[in-house]
Design a binder for this molecule. Structure first.
Ligand SMILES: Cc1cc2nc3c(=O)[nH]c(=O)nc-3n(C[C@H](O)[C@H](O)[C@H](O)COP(=O)(O)OP(=O)(O)OC[C@H]3O[C@@H](n4cnc5c(N)ncnc54)[C@H](O)[C@@H]3O)c2cc1C
Length: 287
């Protein structure tokens, strides 16, 4: 293996909440061939989690049994392929947005404000301000547990609002984005980023919107109208800037965050009769 293998690696280093337990093993592949060889070498029953920038992820305090594979900056090729943008899974979304806009392509500006990787955006169908990842995907490459890379098309996945399901035990390694010719992308990016800075508590570790917006409403509005802004459990707090964000005020453990998520969900259910669905993913074992 040419990559880097770590034991008992704190996941707080690899998640934007900066909280949570350790991964038993953590592997940063050197490149795609190495990723493939590593997958092939794993025991059949070894649990595998692939993570990008950990910006939508809570790892419980007891950590992760099995192997975590780190993607950010590993598969990091970004290039033009004819009239399409080809981006590998470890490239930051913001880089794709800037790369495209600077070359006179429009349609990926929304990616500028998503602090994750291309792989994470494909897995979550990340989106904002009217844009959604899979609306601009022409095709992807995915790697299976057997180390084989396959080209797949959108019709092979079930794609919804912040959900994507496809073949089990397969992970994205790259995507081709189909964009339109047009100038002005950088101005759009600048104004989107300005809006984010004004409305999101970016000064504290967080994982973006905790809950999906229910049909016809906004999770933030519901949470705020239950008086939950500023509510705190341990070091976790419902942001007083954006009620759908839970921030780590400094020393939150994952269980503080998870308990606060449950408290918000239960309060909104009791007071408004609406069950909020989580957007952030929770993995690992309780301490
Ligand atoms: C400040 C802030 C603002 C945000 N704003 C938005 C927003 O506007 N819109 C939005 O949609 N999201 C938003 N998010 C959430 C998050 O950035 C997105 O969900 C993003 O797509 C996650 O990418 P990631 O690389 O960090 O994925 P991770 O958090 O590392 O992983 C998320 C999930 O994707 C899976 N995954 C990661 N990489 C791969 C891969 N290569 N193949 C298969 N599965 C993979 C992981 O296993 C995990 O289940 C925000 C987060 C923050 C912190």
């Amino acid at each position: 293996m040419k990559g880097q293998l770590m034991h008992h690696e704190p996941m707080s280093r690899h998640t934007s909440w900066r909280a949570g337990g350790c991964a038993e093993k953590c592997y940063r592949p050197a490149d795609l061939d190495d990723f493939s060889a590593f997958l092939k070498s794993l025991p059949e029953k070894e649990p595998v989690e692939v993570i990008g920038l950990g910006s939508n992820l809570l790892v419980r305090d007891g950590g992760i049994r099995g192997t975590v594979i780190l993607m950010h900056k590993v598969l990091d090729r970004l290039e033009m392929d004819g009239a399409r943008i080809h981006a590998q899974a470890g490239v930051a979304c913001a880089k794709v947005a800037r790369f495209s806009a600077q070359r006179g392509w429009r349609g990926s500006e929304f990616l500028a404000g998503i602090p994750g990787t291309v792989g994470g955006a494909l897995a979550m169908n990340a989106g904002c301000y009217g844009g959604e990842t899979w609306n601009i995907v022409e095709k992807v490459e995915a790697i299976g547990r057997d180390g084989q890379v396959r080209v797949r098309y959108p019709e092979e996945y079930e794609i919804g609002y912040r959900t994507v399901s496809g073949p089990r035990e397969e992970w994205f390694v790259s995507a081709w984005f189909r964009l339109e010719r047009g100038e002005g992308g950088m101005d759009v990016i600048k104004s989107l980023l300005k809006k984010r800075i004004a409305s999101q508590p970016l000064e504290f570790p967080n994982a973006g919107s905790v809950f999906r917006n229910p049909e016809g409403d906004h999770a933030a509005r519901l949470i705020e109208s239950c008086g939950l802004k500023g509510k705190q459990i341990g070091g976790a707090m419902v942001s007083d800037k954006h009620a759908n964000f839970i921030v780590n005020t400094g020393n939150a453990c994952a269980s503080d965050i998870e308990r606060l998520i449950e408290l918000v969900r239960d309060t909104v259910m009791k007071e408004k009769g609406i069950r909020l669905e989580r957007e952030v993913r929770i993995i690992g074992e309780a301490a």
